[in-house]
Design a protein around this ligand. Structure first.
Ligand SMILES: C[S@@+](CC[C@H](N)C(=O)[O-])C[C@H]1O[C@@H](n2cnc3c(N)ncnc32)[C@H](O)[C@@H]1O
Length: 268
């Protein structure tokens, strides 16, 4: 076997840390995984423990009983630690961005992995991973806080990035732009005046501020009001499975990637 592609990085992880993304994956991709004949899901860079991969497996199996989950890690010691937790439909193996699997995955999740790479590599590995997906497959690449209360992720297809999702517990931020510290590598350095991601977070903060009176009914009502307001000037996804109040009430918001793509256009 040739050397795995990539580099060993910090293995920080934690119980239930990726729950917000798992919940979104089930809502957005659950039906596709349920109806696929032999769906393969890869959790790339699961870290110092098998936990988040096992949690993903458990949540997906509830909606897609035929799904097979493979955790891939570039650090052999972390693979050895995870091996005892293998079971029918769940396995762990050594590998990197080359994805050592026997068929194109229906879904690849890579969380808190690319943030530790230089920005140019993050763009390049998006392309590499998208090129390995099944024709209707998806890559979910994101970053979250240590306890998972703040998270941002990108949804990609074989054609490239399609959506950007913000997700936060209502007591985990003061204003929406606090989530900027969780932006994926391809956006984190673009959060400066003149860039669209910066304009979006500025407008989200404004919508949040003017929705303050709704806070009397709780932060959830304030978030819902702010998102509705923001949807007047930004193409916020407002239909299921990506949008609508059922998603927004969870402290979530999804935008089409094109709205903030740093490679095209400038800030409004
Ligand atoms: C910060 S941990 C993230 C763990 C888990 N995904 C989470 O979010 O809780 C990042 C892990 O990705 C692994 N990693 C980095 N590059 C990788 C690659 N190219 N292929 C597989 N694993 C990789 C690192 O070795 C590290 O264990």
């Amino acid at each position: 076997m040739s050397r795995p592609v990539g580099a060993v990085t910090r293995g920080t992880t934690g119980h239930n840390r990726l729950r917000r993304c798992d919940r979104w994956v089930v809502a957005v991709h659950g039906r596709r995984l349920r109806t696929a004949e032999w769906p393969l899901v890869v959790d790339l860079g699961y870290g110092a423990s098998h936990t988040t991969t096992l949690e993903l497996f458990t949540r997906l199996r509830r909606v897609a009983p035929r799904v097979e989950v493979v955790g891939i890690e570039i650090d052999p010691a972390r693979v050895a630690l995870a091996k005892p937790y293998e079971r029918e439909g769940l396995s762990f193996r050594l590998g990197g961005f080359e994805l050592p699997v026997d068929r194109p995955p229906a879904l690849v999740r890579a969380f808190n992995v690319l943030r530790q790479y230089p920005e140019a590599d993050a763009w390049r590995y998006w392309e590499v991973l998208c090129g390995k997906l099944a024709p209707d497959g998806a890559l979910v690449e994101g970053t979250c806080s240590e306890n998972g209360r703040r998270a941002v992720w990108v949804g990609l297809s074989p054609e490239g990035p399609g959506t950007l999702t913000f997700s936060a517990r209502f007591d985990a931020f003061e204003r929406p732009s606090d989530l900027a510290d969780r932006l994926p590598k391809s956006l984190i350095h673009r959060n400066v005046p003149g860039e669209r991601i910066h304009a979006f977070l500025r407008d989200f903060d404004h919508a949040w501020a003017v929705s303050a009176p709704y806070g009397a009914h709780g932060a959830r009502q304030r978030w819902l009001a702010a998102v509705r307001l923001l949807a007047g000037s930004w193409p916020v996804c407002d239909r299921p499975p990506l949008g609508g109040w059922r998603r927004w009430r969870l402290g979530e918001l999804t935008l089409p990637w094109a709205a903030i793509d740093p490679r095209t256009g400038s800030a409004p």
